[in-house]
Every structure is written in C-alpha cells, then in structure tokens.
Design a protein around this ligand. Structure first.
Ligand SMILES: [Zn+2]
Ligand SMILES: [Zn+2]
Length: 91
C-alpha cells in the first residue's frame, strides 16, 4: 500500500517513517497499522527530505523500504513479520 514519499506514523509510540520504495505490504508498528500522514506533516517532510538518523527498514517479503524519520522503540512490521534494519544508504 505504500507509495514513495508517503509518510506514516504510529499512533501508539509516535514513530514516523517515510516510504522509499512502495509495495503492497501494510506497515505495522506496535501491533497496529500505521497511519498515513497528510497535510501539514507531509509538507514538513517534503521540506526535510533526508531524515536525520536515517535508519532504513526493508520488508523481505514485499520489498517495501522505509526510512525512519522519528525513531522510537516501536517494532516495525510488514507482511506479518519484522522488517529488517539496514544501515543508512546514500543513493
Ligand atoms: Zn509504534
Ligand atoms: Zn511487506
């Protein structure tokens, strides 16, 4: 469901991520679906395209890739499994 550039956040832990490579997988954090951020927050993100910290997570099933904008202790999942953490990539 993710599309490149979209920002999602977790209502429980406030973790925020930006979709780098969209796929059909549903992003989950803290056991519930992450919410799509629209409007003001989305604008904020487009002004700050490269999140500081830059941890990247990848779903091995659907290939979805996200960058963490605001990191928390929340567990990120996609396609029913934990996403794999990658080091920051500069491409
Ligand atoms: Zn969370
Ligand atoms: Zn997935």
């Amino acid at each position: 469901m993710g599309q490149k550039g979209q920002v999602y956040f977790c209502e429980i832990c406030r973790q925020k991520v930006e979709v780098k490579i969209g796929a059909f997988g549903v992003l989950v954090c803290c056991g519930q679906e992450m919410k799509l951020v629209e409007g003001m927050m989305a604008t904020w993100t487009s002004v700050h395209p490269n999140p500081v910290g830059g941890a990247t997570y990848i779903c091995k099933k659907c290939g979805q890739q996200i960058a963490v904008v605001e990191e928390t202790a929340g567990i990120l999942e996609c396609c029913g499994q934990r996403m794999e953490r990658k080091k920051a990539v500069t491409d």
